[in-house]
Design a protein around this ligand. Structure first.
Ligand code: UDP
Length: 160
């Protein structure tokens, strides 16, 4: 039975996914979006922007004490980035699988970082690593009114 209220409520979650400046400059936007879309996930927010240093610093604040932090913030705020929110069942954990390991050379071929990256500081894409970080990051990058609510027509062919 097609019951949109079932997949619309209990199993859906949102992840903050961001194509970093290297991904944009390397022409990977369409490929990355295509992977999430073809998987069955739903795009509910997207924007291109050059983030301020303040925004980039807040995004990576958990790494503030790490040696790579200043370079990471400079790199991210050089922009542009494509900031997105993708929604669907287990999108946080499974999105991380699609992205691959932090170090692209340790990422499995077939993942985004495994297919396209080499150095850890140029690993193309960010994805939230937990429900808590997803909520924090979505609120940091998007206003409440910027998330679209809609039923994806293919939903009934993706979810049973
Ligand atoms: N990073 C880096 N050098 C390091 C470790 C991390 O430049 O030695 C950068 C890299 O871009 C990574 C980001 O810091 O994506 C955040 O690190 P985290 O461990 O949270 O990895 P992720 O969640 O992105 O896989």
């Amino acid at each position: 039975v097609y019951a949109p209220e079932v997949y619309a409520s209990s199993v859906q979650e949102k992840s903050f996914i961001m194509i970093k400046p290297d991904g944009i400059h390397r022409g990977l936007i369409a490929d990355i979006i295509k992977r999430f879309e073809a998987k069955g996930y739903k795009l509910v927010a997207i924007k291109v922007m050059v983030p301020s240093k303040d925004l980039a610093s807040k995004h990576y604040e958990e790494h503030a004490q790490r040696p790579f932090y200043p370079g990471l913030v400079t790199f991210l705020s050089s922009g542009p980035v494509v900031a997105m929110v993708w929604e669907g069942k287990d999108v946080i954990k499974y999105g991380r699988k699609m992205i691959g390991a932090t170090n692209p050379l340790a990422s499995t071929p077939g993942t985004i970082r495994g297919d396209y990256g080499i150095d850890v500081g140029r690993n193309i894409i960010h994805g939230s690593d937990s429900v808590e970080s997803a909520q924090r990051e979505i609120a940091l990058w998007f206003g409440a009114g910027e998330l679209a609510e809609y039923d994806l027509a293919m939903g009934k062919w993706v979810y049973e």
